[in-house]
Design a protein around this ligand. Structure first.
Ligand code: R5P
Length: 326
């Protein structure tokens, strides 16, 4: 009996969750495709409904969702959309989560705590996701929480290119706001041509969210321009306290670079009132026009996500986008 051959056809579809359709549209235009439209409804009791308007049978489907406030709504919407795609026979489903939700709860600090970052990965998987793509996971180990391929993208090349061009002439120290990000500070220092590094000894209040103390700085910052790096700015407490400490330790200038600008209150007030020079973030999360302030620069992450989606679709190499960085 001769083998039955089905002509190998592959088609890519991009779908946007409801959180930040502008980013999805930017990614789609980078790739040169149009977004597959969806119908979305919310029932009186808050239950969500979302359905692709066109057939997705046999497709390589990418669901783009920015996990912004109200984060639980967007998590649920993403799960429902994955479920719809699975039941509509999409061949492969990738969750594109520029900001991975619940990433800060990635381990038990004390007994009886949840590991919510793992739970999110399990939920994606159970709903029907085959792969996940994310930018600057809070910790790299989260890649291992999802049972399947995870494309972990880095915003550092984009951010460091901007910082290098604007502040490259300064005597700079790259500062990690806590001990957990020292490796990132080293990578930043390399990317900026071999700058010094320092870190802040930060402690957190285990009984309250977003409460930290910047105790002291380890490293040389006196008379230097300090580049404070972080993965996210939520209430702005960690970063502005670290900046205060750097100024108190003799820094002449503090510039902040972070991937995810969450900007929960009172972040904007804290950042506006801080003597920092500039805050540079990407648009992994939406930043409303009212949230913009003079010192804020937002760089688009869409070109990177567009390239990565194309590499995945074409069975290319996502690693090649980062010239060996890991
Ligand atoms: C902590 O480990 C994170 O990397 C951020 O530094 C922190 O979550 C930011 O939160 P906030 O801006 O509320 O201090």
């Amino acid at each position: 009996m001769s083998t039955l051959h089905v002509a190998g056809r592959k088609s890519l579809v991009l779908l946007s969750g409801g959180a930040y359709p502008e980013l999805a549209a930017e990614i789609a235009s980078q790739i040169g495709v149009t977004l597959t439209e969806t119908t979305r409804r919310e029932f009186a009791n808050g239950e969500l409904f979302i359905r692709p308007n066109d057939s997705v049978r046999g497709t390589d489907a990418f669901v783009i969702q920015s996990f912004t406030t109200p984060i639980n709504t967007w998590v649920m919407e993403t799960l429902i959309l994955i479920d719809a795609l699975k039941r509509a026979s999409a061949k492969r489903i990738t969750v594109v989560a520029p900001f991975y939700p619940y990433a800060r709860q990635d381990k038990k600090h004390r007994g009886r705590e949840p590991i919510s970052a793992r739970l999110i990965a399990d939920l994606f998987k159970t709903a029907g996701a085959d792969r996940v793509m994310a930018v600057d996971l809070h910790t790299a180990q989260i890649q291992g929480f999802f049972d399947g391929p995870v494309d972990h993208l880095f915003a550092m090349p984009l951010l460091s290119d901007y910082i290098g061009k604007k502040y490259g002439d300064r005597d700079m120290t790259v500062v990690s706001p806590d001990t957990g990000r020292v490796r990132s500070a080293e990578q930043w220092a390399d990317a900026l041509g071999g700058q010094d590094i320092a870190f802040v000894h930060k402690t957190r209040n285990l009984d309250a969210a977003n409460e930290t103390v910047a105790n002291r700085v380890v490293g040389e910052v006196d008379g230097r321009c300090c580049l404070l790096i972080d993965d996210m700015i939520d209430t702005g407490g960690s970063i502005t306290k670290a900046a205060d400490l750097l100024f108190a330790s003799g820094a002449t200038e503090v510039v902040i670079a972070a991937t995810h600008g969450i900007f929960s209150p009172p972040a904007l007030d804290r950042l506006k009132n801080s003597p920092i020079t500039e805050v540079v973030v990407t648009n992994t999360l939406p930043i409303s026009p009212e949230s913009h302030f003079d010192k804020l620069t937002v760089l688009s992450i869409a070109p990177l996500l567009g390239k990565a989606i194309k590499e995945v679709f074409e069975d290319g190499s996502v690693t090649s986008l980062f010239a060996g960085q890991s």
